[in-house]
Each structure stands twice: as structure tokens, then as C-alpha cells.
Design a protein around this ligand. Structure first.
Ligand code: UD1
Length: 419
């Protein structure tokens, strides 16, 4: 297994380009199953999870052509297998996103129960209830979800009692080919939901209300081909900004969208960073030691759970004490023990991490446990004295394109040690 070796203590300086959003690309790739014509997707990030999704489409008989820029042309009309197997689904929870489109287009879908990051139990009950509200019959047999619909799904009323990003996406994708109108209430408002809705509409779907908590979808009989470019990754953007802030650095993050990072930028300013933005860039300058900030995660437009670990990392070397409350997932503070091994002072009480900043952390061998937690360990490695060896970085490769190369360009001492 590959590892990252980091020599800490260098300020990050320079420019970094942001890749396409993983969490947008995954549902968009799943949604290509809905089209009756070829679809081309651009600005896909080079990531393990994207490869897994492409492999999943391939094993169902979908034709996928990749050009040298990693633009992907998908022809799902060749689909012959309506099962997403355990071997692939267990490595990536987002595989559940093929359930809605497959069922809606072909009237049947069998998908293994998902695996993914070890951040709590993460059920899919809301996805299944939503599909049942559109007329699907669902059974669970030997670890597989079997969904059927005798004819077209029928539009319905779906209310989510918990805001769910994946659930909203699955139901939205199922509803676009259903007969009649579907209304999704308490829908997720994440920018990735908006991106998916825009992609569906580019194929001829009729989705309105994206970005609000009520989505209205009028079903159409078929969807046509299109060319669509995935939006920039807001979590990758935020991660580089926090890494720069932690090192007292000065960076410009390019090819991004500042408007989708309001909650994160506000906290960085509170920590003492000077921030300026253009249409597709964000500049950050951290003039001194950061001040500790307190955070409570919440669905968008609240503070994103996927940025929580990075801000704990920032607080470990900040002035003062910051409290970080995780409300979206259970068991998502697991990286704290590894951070304390590097000299951090973090106490966990239930879903709250109380972080008291220290002046100097010390490098150590640490183990990555989930995607965003891994990124936070890299940030700690960048500020700690001496060497930090981050193991199990396959978690990082699931979500950060060429992380060591991008950080090297910003002046970091970091290298990959191949297993
Ligand atoms: C997506 C993101 C993930 C992000 C999360 C929250 C992708 C590929 N992943 O994950 O990076 O951290 O949104 O912003 O886009 N829940 C249920 N029942 C369900 C579904 C969800 O109880 O059927 C719960 C979950 O356990 C969790 C909460 O709802 O506590 C939110 O989960 P959800 O928004 O569905 O997360 P994902 O879509 O899995």
C-alpha cells in the first residue's frame, strides 16, 4: 500500500488548480444510464472512485470510451446486466446511485448493500422508501437490494425526514423518467445536487427547484445525449485553503467557484486569513498564527461535514481552543487519536471535539482511516516538525487528484512511497 512521506515546516505558496468534483461526477456518471443516446462527460477528476464507477458501468455492459483528457463518452443502450455486484459496491458506497436510474429506465435493478468510508452505519433506508413512493417494489435478499417496477415508475410525493444527499440524487434520477410529477421535500441543497439537476436537464429532463429544499420533477418519456462538464470540487478547494492557512501560507486556488464555499471562507476569515475572490479563484493569505474557530457541521448551506477534519487540523496549531461538533455522521472523529500521537491536544466528548492549539506538533507515522480524515493528517504533517509518514493513503486517492504533486507545486516537501 502506498504511503506519503512529509517533511513539515514549509509555508505553502503559489497557485493550485482544482479538479472536477468527485461528489458531482459520481451521480452524473450514474445518471448517464438514463439516456437513450450517447453522453459525453468532461472535467472528471482522476480518482479511484471515478474508476470504480466506470468499472461498474462497464460490468453492466455499458460502453465507455475515454479520451486522453479523460472525457468520457457513455453509451448505456448496450446495457445487458442489471446488477451492481458486491465486489465493486463494497469499495464505494456511491455505487448505490445506479439503483434509481437503472430501475427507472429498465424496470429492474439489483444492487448490493454499500460499503464505503467507516463513518458510522450510513443506512440507505431513505433511498428505498423514496423509490417505493414512486411505485417500486423492493426486497432484500442475501445482501442485495432488488427493485422492480412493472411499467414506468409513477411520480409521487417524497418527504425526507433527514436531509440526504445520495437519497435526493437517487430519487431525482428515478423521477425524471417516471410518469407524472414528483415532489421531493426536505431535499438536499448541496451544489452537487444542482450540478446533477443541470446535467439531467441538459439531457431533456424537467427538474426545477434545485438548490432549494423542494425539488419538482416532471417525468419525460426519454432523455437524449449531451455534453456536460462537471463543476469544480468545493471540498478539494477548501482542503488546499486550510492547508495553506495552517502553514501560514499564501495561495491562489484556481478553477473553482467561491460562491459554494461561503461557510468555509467565513471560518477561515474568523481564523485570521485574508481572503479575496474572483469569479473562478480564491486567494488566501494567512499573516500569522491562526486563531482557533468553533464549528458545527450541517447540511448545505451549513458547514460541510467533509471539511470538519481539516478544521480540526487547523485548530491543533491555532491560538486558543475551538470546538468542533459533528451532526451529520456518527463516528466521524476517528482521526483524532492519530492527531494526538503527533502532539495535538484534542478531547472527544460524544460527537464533539475540543481542540486546544499547541505551538508545535511533532511528525510521526500515522494511519489514514477515511477520506477526509486522511487529508487532515496530511495537513498536520505539513505543519509538524520532522517527518510524518501517512499510511493507507488509498483513502486519499479516492478523493484527491494528485495530492502530492499539487502540494509539491505549492512548495511542500511531500513524496509518495510506492508499496
Ligand atoms: C454524501 C457525500 C459525502 C458527504 C455527505 C454529507 C457523495 C458521494 N458523498 O454522502 O461526501 O459527507 O453526502 O454531505 O456525494 N442517512 C440515512 N438514511 C439514508 C441515507 C442517509 O439515515 O437512507 C443518513 C446518513 O447516515 C447520514 C445522513 O443521513 O447520517 C446524511 O447522509 P447523506 O447525505 O445521505 O450522505 P451520502 O449521500 O452518503
Amino acid at each position: 500500500m502506498d504511503k506519503l512521506l512529509i517533511k513539515g515546516g514549509r509555508r505553502l505558496e503559489g497557485e493550485v488548480r482544482i479538479s472536477g468534483a468527485k461528489n458531482s461526477a459520481l451521480p452524473i456518471l450514474a445518471a448517464t444510464l438514463l439516456s437513450s443516446e450517447r453522453v459525453t462527460i468532461c472535467n472528471l477528476p482522476h480518482l479511484h472512485d471515478i474508476t470504480t464507477m466506470i468499472e461498474l458501468l462497464g460490468c453492466m455492459g455499458v460502453q465507455v470510451l475515454i479520451d486522453e483528457k479523460l472525457n468520457i463518452e457513455v453509451n448505456s443502450e448496450t446495457m445487458t446486466v442489471f446488477t451492481a455486484p458486491y465486489e465493486l459496491v463494497k469499495t464505494m458506497r456511491a455505487s448505490i446511485l445506479v439503483l434509481g436510474p437503472m430501475l427507472s429506465k429498465y424496470g429492474e435493478a439489483t444492487v448490493s448493500f454499500p460499503g464505503g468510508c467507516a463513518i458510522g452505519s450510513r443506512p440507505v433506508d431513505l433511498h428505498l422508501k423514496g423509490l417505493e413512493a414512486l411505485g417500486a417494489s423492493i426486497t432484500v435478499e442475501q445482501g442485495y437490494i432488488k427493485a422492480k417496477s412493472p411499467g414506468r415508475l409513477t411520480g409521487g410525493h417524497v418527504f425526507f425526514d433527514t436531509v440526504t444527499v445520495g437519497g435526493t440524487e437517487n430519487i431525482m434520477m428515478a423521477a425524471v423518467l417516471a410518469q407524472g410529477r414528483t415532489i421531493i421535500e426536505n431535499a438536499a441543497r448541496e451544489p452537487e445536487i444542482v450540478d446533477l439537476a443541470l446535467f439531467l436537464n441538459a439531457m431533456g429532463a424537467k427538474v426545477t427547484g434545485m438548490g432549494t429544499d423542494t425539488l419538482v420533477i416532471d417525468g419525460v418519456e426519454s432523455l437524449h445525449g449531451c455534453r456536460y462538464s462537471v463543476m469544480p470540487d468545493r471540498i478539494e478547494t477548501g482542503t488546499y485553503l486550510v492547508a495553506a492557512a495552517a502553514t501560514g501560507g499564501r495561495v491562489v486556488v484556481k478553477d473553482t467557484r467561491p460562491g459554494m464555499l461561503d461557510a468555509v471562507l467565513a471560518k477561515l476569515e474568523e481564523a485570521g486569513a485574508n481572503i479575496s475572490c474572483g469569479q473562478d479563484w480564491i486567494a488566501l493569505d494567512m499573516p500569522g498564527r491562526p486563531k482557533a474557530v468553533s464549528i458545527k457541521t450541517a447540511p448545505y448551506p451549513g458547514f460541510p461535514t467533509d471539511m470538519q477534519a481539516q478544521f480540526i487540523a487547523l485548530n491543533t496549531i491555532a491560538e486558543g481552543t475551538g470546538t468542533v461538533i459533528e451532526t451529520v455522521f456518527e463516528n466521524r472523529l476517528i482521526q483524532v487519536h492519530e492527531m494526538n500521537r503527533m502532539g495535538a491536544e484534542i478531547r472527544v466528548e460524544g460527537n464533539t471535539a475540543i481542540v486546544t492549539g499547541t505551538v508545535q506538533l511533532k511528525g510521526a507515522p500515522v494511519m489514514a482511516t477515511d477520506l477526509r480524515a486522511s487529508a487532515s493528517l496530511v495537513i498536520l504533517g505539513l505543519v509538524a516538525a520532522g517527518e510524518t509518514l501517512v499510511e493507507r493513503i488509498y483513502h486519499i486517492d479516492r478523493g484527491y487528484e494528485c495530492i502530492e504533486e499539487k502540494l509539491q507545486l505549492l512548495g511542500a516537501h511531500i513524496k509518495r512511497i510506492a508499496a
